[in-house]
Design a protein around this ligand. Structure first.
Ligand code: SAM
Ligand code: SF4
Ligand code: SF4
Length: 345
């Protein structure tokens, strides 16, 4: 067997899934307090977020990313917490961009700080941006962000990203029963005809603190029916195998809408993502209880080959399929999962 064939084999997990995507959390801090992610009651002003030496430096992140590419990673997404709170993010993007095997660098952000930064980020090599925005109604936006009043800044950030050439900009909206579900059509209407793609995300039971319950999800089929009644839709092919969103186009030519249905249509069978937390732990699933510490060996002088072997061990032992198990009601108890702002959404 040729070495590159062996590597391909090595980087498939127990369910035969290759490693292709890496989500890097650059901070666990955030300037929002979305109730489904970091409820304000728990994440108060004195909360002990990671700081200083606890965080991986850009050189450390880049080194790990480079090693990950030798296992198959080709796409990188920067996330958090709010990634734009990390100073000098453009420098990290530049460093990641210099890794030849990295074909695509994306950013997930709440958009509040995007407008003034996006040109520099694009110039540094950022390819794509996803902005999380749950409502275009000021009051509902406030409810969904822990009382923030910066909806105009988020909207300005979205259009600035489009002008900076990061098209198509995607807007992800988590839909929660009784919170923002009534505003979904208004949100879609706002972006129809702009080239910006809105994707509606089912509220997930990630972490332990967001009071998730099944009756707070608005299932995709229900949203699809409502939207289709107002603006007839037709389904589109996936852009690539393993794309998580179900894509539709408005028949009147006003653009595209997507659905990310982690609850009602889990996509674990094609999940090719590893996650790296801001303090250097590797997670093999959004719902994982434990991560593999890479920071300690990194700082103790481990070689690339040693670190690679740790990563390979984690990936080949991976049998995570939490969302599919949830669908089959076999999931682990609450209380042994990691929060999403920490692991990186
Ligand atoms: N702060 C950035 C942002 O909001 O885009 C990046 C980090 S955030 C954790 C990444 C994504 O996770 C956001 O789109 C957010 O809406 C989503 N998210 C967080 N908690 C969620 C939940 N319980 N269910 C579904 N999506 C969630
Ligand atoms: Fe912050 Fe993003 Fe979590 Fe909202 S979803 S609290 S913006 S990390
Ligand atoms: Fe991937 Fe875990 Fe989500 Fe399944 S539940 S799609 S394995 S991150």
């Amino acid at each position: 067997m040729r070495p590159d064939e062996r590597d391909k084999f090595l980087s498939s997990d127990k369910l035969g899934r290759p490693l292709h995507d890496l989500r890097i959390s650059v901070t666990d801090k955030c300037n929002f307090r979305c109730p489904y992610c970091m409820p304000a009651e728990k994440y108060h002003e004195n909360y002990d977020f990671l700081k200083g030496e606890q965080l991986l430096g850009f050189g450390e992140i880049t080194r790990l990313a480079r090693i990950y590419t030798s296992l198959g990673v080709r796409k990188v997404r920067l996330t958090g917490g709010e990634p734009l709170l990390r100073q000098g993010l453009a420098n990290l993007i530049e460093e990641l961009c210099a890794i030849e095997e990295v074909e695509d660098i994306a950013l997930t952000t709440n958009g509040s700080l995007l407008e003034n930064k996006v040109e520099v980020l694009a110039a540094a090599g950022l390819d794509r941006v996803t902005v999380s925005l749950d409502s275009v109604d000021d009051a509902v936006f406030g409810n969904m962000t822990g009382g923030r009043e910066c909806l105009p800044d988020v909207l300005a950030g979205i259009f600035a990203a489009q002008r900076a050439g990061l098209a198509p900009v995607k807007v992800n909206a988590v839909v929660m029963r009784g919170n923002n579900e009534e505003g979904v059509l208004e949100l879609l209407n706002f972006f129809r005809g702009t080239g910006i793609i809105v994707r509606l995300v089912e509220f997930m039971d990630v972490g332990t603190i967001n009071q998730w319950s099944r009756d707070r999800i608005v299932p995709y089929t229900e949203l699809l029916e409502r939207i289709n009644r107002r603006w007839p839709l037709e389904s589109l092919e996936k852009n690539y195998a393993g794309e998580v969103a179900n894509r539709y186009r408005y028949k009147d030519g006003q653009g595209e809408v997507g659905f990310i249905n982690s609850i009602t249509q889990p996509f674990c069978t094609s999940c090719s993502r590893a996650r790296l937390s801001a303090d250097g732990k590797m997670y093999s699933c959004l719902f994982a209880a434990e991560g593999l510490d890479l920071r300690t060996p990194l700082r103790k002088g481990a070689t690339d080959a040693e670190i690679r072997s740790l990563m390979v061990g984690k990936w080949i032992g991976r049998d995570d399929r939490y969302s599919m198990d949830r669908a089959a009601a076999r999931q682990a108890k609450k209380g042994d999962r990691i929060e999403m702002f920490y692991i990186g959404g």
